[in-house]
Ligand binder design. Sequence first.
Ligand SMILES: Cc1cc2nc3c(=O)[nH]c(=O)nc-3n(C[C@H](O)[C@H](O)[C@H](O)COP(=O)(O)OP(=O)(O)OC[C@H]3O[C@@H](n4cnc5c(N)ncnc54)[C@H](O)[C@@H]3O)c2cc1C
Length: 107
Amino acid sequence: MNRNDLHDVIIIGAGAAGLSAGLVLARARANVLVIDSGAQRNAPATHIHGFITRDGIPPAEFLATGGDELAHYGASLLRAGVEASIAKATARSSSRRTRATRKHVRS
Ligand SMILES: Cc1cc2nc3c(=O)[nH]c(=O)nc-3n(C[C@H](O)[C@H](O)[C@H](O)COP(=O)(O)OP(=O)(O)OC[C@H]3O[C@@H](n4cnc5c(N)ncnc54)[C@H](O)[C@@H]3O)c2cc1C
C-alpha cells in the first residue's frame, strides 16, 4: 500500500455534518478523506436558512465553500459512492498483490 493511500480518518458524506467533522479533524492535522455521492438532502432547496452567518446561501455554494475550507487544511474530497470507492480500492490492492506474487514467483 502506498503511503498516499493511508488516511487517519475517512468520513462518509460531505453535507454540513461531514464537512464540519472533516474541518475539525484536518485542523488537528489528521490525514482526512471525505467521500460523498452528492445527494445532500437539502439539494432541492434554493437557499439554506437558520445557519448563523450563512442564512440565505444556496446549498451548492455552501458545499463549495466547505470543500475549499477543507482543502486549505489538506483534506481530500472524493466524489463517489462509498461502495464504489471500496470496490475500486479493493481491486487496486488485489492487483498490487497479484503483481507482487508474480514477481515473487519469477525470482
Ligand atoms: C428541502 C430541504 C430543505 C432544507 N433546508 C434546510 C435549511 O434551510 N436549514 C437547515 O438547517 N436544514 C435544512 N434542511 C435539513 C438539511 O438537509 C440538513 O440540515 C443538512 O443537509 C444535514 O446535513 P447532513 O450533513 O447531516 O446530511 P446531508 O446534507 O444529507 O449529507 C449527507 C451526505 O452523505 C452522502 N452519503 C450518504 N451515503 C453515502 C454513501 N454510501 N457513499 C457516499 N456518500 C454518501 C450523501 O450523498 C450526502 O451528500 C433541509 C432539508 C430538505 C430536505
